[in-house]
Design a protein around this ligand. Structure first.
Ligand code: PEP
Length: 252
């Protein structure tokens, strides 16, 4: 099955409002002609609205970096999926390793946030990936398999084709150490076969699986040449417009 590639930028907690808007305007000018791949930027939630405004009538979509699992209530400081959706955002990153590491995110809370996205019409980008210690202990596939099974619990097969999975080996995030295309492809193929086990072949063939972890202009072409890599979730290199444009315009 042909899956439309997605290149997504995770800005983390970077950029002030004026810089975020300028970046969005510049990016739209540079990639306005791109049609055969989807483009997404995920700014800090307080800048979703101005960035969306700057990207009106452009092919660049806007998403959130997280959502809370309840739709509303006395949860001081939290932002819900319906709130994000009402701004016009269409995607949300869920379970990023920085949230697992610094904010006590677990597979169970990943699942609750994922279900909140589906209720609200947001496409979740569910992040999974092993630590260096887990890889060195030969546990990569066990860890990724159990993150997937627990993270995707309760998802109905009808909703599953709209999911996006991001394989982000923790040891490759922000470290400059990218998984080789072969290592990434091996885990992506495993993720797809795990999805087949849960939802069946039709669904697993439709789900896009992004690679994330030190994606740069000089490694994107090789990564995107792999059969089960359907796009990239880009951190550092999405903060600079020229490098993000080059990643969007990967050759392949
Ligand atoms: C990320 O934040 O999801 C990420 C992959 O970061 P980087 O590209 O900087 O490794």
């Amino acid at each position: 099955m042909k899956r439309k590639p997605l290149i997504a930028g995770n800005w983390k907690m970077f950029k002030a409002e004026a810089e975020a808007v300028l970046f969005a305007e510049e990016l739209a000018l540079r990639v306005g002609d791109v049609q055969d791949r989807e483009i997404l930027v995920c700014p800090p939630s307080v800048y979703i609205y101005p960035v969306l405004h700057a990207l009106t009538n452009t092919p660049v979509m806007v998403g959130a970096q997280n959502v809370f699992w309840e739709d509303q209530g006395a949860f001081t400081g939290e932002v819900s999926a319906p709130m994000i959706r009402s701004l016009g955002a269409r995607h949300a990153i869920i379970g990023h390793s920085e949230r697992r590491q610094y904010f006590a995110e677990t597979d169970e809370t990943v699942n609750r946030r994922l279900m909140a996205c589906l209720r609200s019409g947001l496409t979740p980008i569910v992040c999974v990936g092993e630590s260096l210690q887990e890889r060195e202990a030969g546990r990569t596939l066990d860890v990724v398999g159990s993150q997937l099974k627990a993270g995707l619990a309760h998802v109905k097969a009808d909703d599953a084709p709209g999911l996006i999975i991001a394989y982000e080996p923790v040891w490759a995030i922000g470290t400059g150490r990218t998984a080789t295309p072969g290592i990434a492809q091996e885990v992506h193929a495993f993720i797809r076969s795990t999805l087949t086990g849960i939802f069946g072949t039709g669904v697993s063939a439709a789900v896009r699986i992004l690679y994330g972890g030190s994606v740069k202009p000089d490694n994107i072409d090789e990564l995107m040449a792999q059969a089960d890599i359907d796009g990239a979730l880009v951190g550092g290199a999405s903060l600079e417009v020229a490098s993000f444009e080059r990643i969007i315009r990967y050759k392949g």
